[in-house]
Ligand binder design. Structure first.
Ligand SMILES: [Cu+2]
Length: 321
């Protein structure tokens, strides 16, 4: 499919991601220095103790006591200053990354479902609004605000190269912002345990140059084309006759349900079932033949299809570019 996609907060591709990466390194460096200092102090103490003869336990050395009090007091003070400084830095970064709303830009709405992502592109013009799933395209250099909702349980939206995590909570709306700095494909993952297939709740963010993004969006706004090939026509007929239509929408047909992912342009996506499989005609057929084998516990039930129907529907879906 799209090669081995590494998702790493240490490999940022957005200004917000860079802020967070800097924060991670500063914390790591400061804590590393503190750890090293503690280990050195410990080694010195052990070594000194062994060298000097054990003093009389009940003897009181006023000077030594005073020195120790001052040293311990100073160290407690330094610890407090370090912790406060790191807290302040973390707070400042959070304000910069999440603080002021972005002026212009693009807004979309992502809803978490067990175990897939519904993605809605809103537009002032209702005819330009559309829904897709598991793959978010954004233009490079444009600030993107994503409103986050959940349908069932708590999920967490995390695309490490672009931004930190944000929870999707039923009954509440959160939001997250980022600006993709470079074209690329960035993998994301649900980061809050949400049930059996939590690990198979991935998504891709595809950052594209503006003209490519516009072309993609215009393609997604379109309804599905009527199939010309006989096999795909058979596939469409079978799809509409089966319970698929109780859960899925294909714009331009009578299928308009929203229980599962919108399939209008499913063939244009890189992955199937929220990053579980690369998308091809073969994996579509495997999914339809045994959704519970591919993704046990998934909310898509097995639907009985004879081999011809299975082939025809797979061909139809693959052609929904
Ligand atoms: Cu989840």
């Amino acid at each position: 499919m799209v090669g081995p996609l590494v998702q790493s907060a240490l490999d940022p591709h957005s200004p917000q991601g860079e802020r967070l990466r800097d924060l991670i390194w500063i914390f790591t460096a400061v804590c590393g220095v503190v750890w090293l200092a503690v280990m050195i102090a410990l080694a010195i103490a052990v070594w000194r103790r062994r060298a000097s003869a054990a003093p009389e336990p009940s003897a009181l050395e006023r000077a030594a006591e005073l020195r120790l009090t001052i040293i311990v007091g100073a160290l407690v003070g330094m610890t407090a200053v370090t912790v406060l400084a790191l807290t302040g830095l973390s707070y400042a970064t959070q304000k910069r990354v999440l603080g002021r709303p972005l002026a212009a830009g693009m807004a979309l709405l992502v809803t978490g479902h067990q175990w897939w992502w519904e993605v809605e592109y809103k537009d002032d013009e209702p005819a330009r609004t559309f829904t897709t799933a598991n793959e978010i395209h954004v233009p490079v250099g444009v600030p993107v605000t994503i409103r986050l909702r959940a349908d069932d349980v708590i999920h967490s939206f995390w695309v490490p190269s672009l931004m930190g995590k944000e929870d999707l909570i039923p009954g509440r709306e959160n939001s997250i912002r980022f600006t993709a700095a470079r074209a690329g494909i960035y993998r994301g993952q649900c980061a809050e345990f949400c049930g059996a297939q939590h690990a198979h709740m991935a998504l891709l963010v595809v950052a594209q140059e503006k003209p490519d993004f516009d072309a993609w969006r215009d393609g997604q706004i379109r309804s599905a084309d009527d199939p010309n090939e006989p096999e795909r026509q058979k596939g469409l007929a079978a799809f509409l006759a089966k319970p698929c239509v109780m859960c899925h929408a294909v714009r331009g047909t009578s299928a308009a349900a929203r229980v599962g992912p919108d399939l209008t342009h499913v063939g244009s996506r890189m992955t199937l079932a929220a990053g579980t499989l690369p998308l091809s005609r073969g994996t579509l057929a495997a999914w339809l033949a045994d959704p519970q084998g591919v993704k046990p516990g998934s909310q898509m039930p097995f639907v009985q299809l004879d081999p011809d129907e299975l082939n025809a529907i797979s061909a139809y879906l693959e052609g929904l570019k």
